[in-house]
Design a protein around this ligand. Structure first.
Ligand SMILES: Nc1ncnc2c1ncn2[C@@H]1O[C@H](COP(=O)(O)OP(=O)(O)OP(=O)(O)O)[C@@H](O)[C@H]1O
Length: 305
């Protein structure tokens, strides 16, 4: 089982510290979402994992070794950092074949990855005529040529239509189910919520959160419960007495926090109060993400201004 281990990773460009003492691991058998606003340092981190940028300090290992020490890197780690980086005049099959040959991999792998990414029918077509979604599939096919245990994708769904997004999401999940370690970056929380098992959130090059996805949703997702009853005043007093915080919602509903919907339901039964509505209110994930990263966004805004 191969994992990525990032330890105290730091990258400076001149006076700017773009990645700042970053430590996290990417475990096998799951999709790790790497989330942060634009400019947070995601791409720079991924480049350092792939040996394309040198850390100022700290280290990255893949299965215990640095990228440059891997004997045949493509068989250990596949990365899609920029799907546009293919000659438009090349045919899909030829592009993959040249990658396979130059890395000492078998030709048979080309057919296999074309089939796996649903590109068999266009293998003989020039990449220049490919849609963005097909280019992404081709980029993913290339990452799989060496059948690596570790996969890295930088913003793979950017610009794709809903069908393309869904395909990529399902594909990432199937790679993780096979026991591979999958690291995928995004600046969209909603996207990660449907794809990732684990979440590493960064802002201004630093880790803001490093947590299981379900844990993250539990802590940050549900902020209150909407309750509707014919006796709001009386039930509000019961709720307050039981330790909840209650405020008036729209159309004489109650907005309750500090108590789960199950406990509110039980309290209503205990006191014989009829409820016509009992609905957990999920703060939008995008709101949670904005809240988490607002310091780095303010910084970004100030820079842009
Ligand atoms: N080669 C470089 N020289 C100088 N600054 C750089 C270089 N590469 C990146 N940066 C700066 O580092 C910061 C982080 O960039 P990076 O691309 O890693 O962020 P990101 O989180 O991937 O964001 P995005 O999604 O916008 O690409 C940005 O402010 C960027 O301008």
């Amino acid at each position: 089982m191969t994992r990525i281990d990032v330890q105290g990773l730091t990258k400076r460009y001149g006076p700017d510290t773009v990645v700042d003492d970053l430590s996290f691991t990417v475990e096998p058998g799951q999709v790790t979402g790497f989330l942060g606003p634009n400019g947070a340092g995601k791409s720079t981190t991924m480049k350092m994992i792939m040996g394309l940028a040198a850390p100022t300090r700290g280290s990255v290992t893949i299965g215990g070794r640095g990228y440059r020490d891997l004997p045949v890197p493509l068989t250990e780690v596949g990365a899609l950092l920029d799907a546009g980086a293919v000659h438009g005049s090349r045919k899909a099959y030829d592009h993959l074949l040249s990658l396979a040959v130059s890395n000492g991999l078998s030709r048979g792998q080309v057919g296999e990855v074309l089939a796996r990414t649903g590109l068999e029918g266009v293998a003989g077509k020039r990449v220049g005529g490919f849609s963005l979604g097909m280019r992404q599939r081709l980029g993913i096919a290339a990452t799989l040529l060496g059948d690596p245990q570790v996969l890295i994708f930088d913003e793979p769904v950017n610009g794709l239509d809903p069908e393309g997004i869904r395909w990529i999401r399902d594909f990432m999940r199937s790679l993780a189910r096979e026991g591979r370690a999958v690291l995928v970056s995004s600046h969209l929380m909603s996207e990660m919520a449907q794809t990732a098992d684990h979440l590493v959130v960064i802002g201004r090059g630093r880790v803001i959160a490093d947590t299981g996805m379900s844990e993250f949703l539990q802590t940050n997702g549900v902020s209150s419960v909407l309750v509707r009853t014919l006796e709001p005043g009386a039930f509000a007093r019961r709720l307050t007495a039981a330790g909840a915080t209650v405020r008036d919602g729209r159309e004489s509903s109650l907005v309750v926090s500090g108590m789960t919907s199950e406990d509110i339901g039980r309290l209503a039964v205990y006191h014989g109060v009829a409820l016509s509505e009992l609905a957990p209110q999920r703060a939008s994930l995008e709101d949670v993400f904005m809240e988490l990263t607002k310091d780095s966004l303010e910084y970004e805004g100030a820079t842009a201004a």
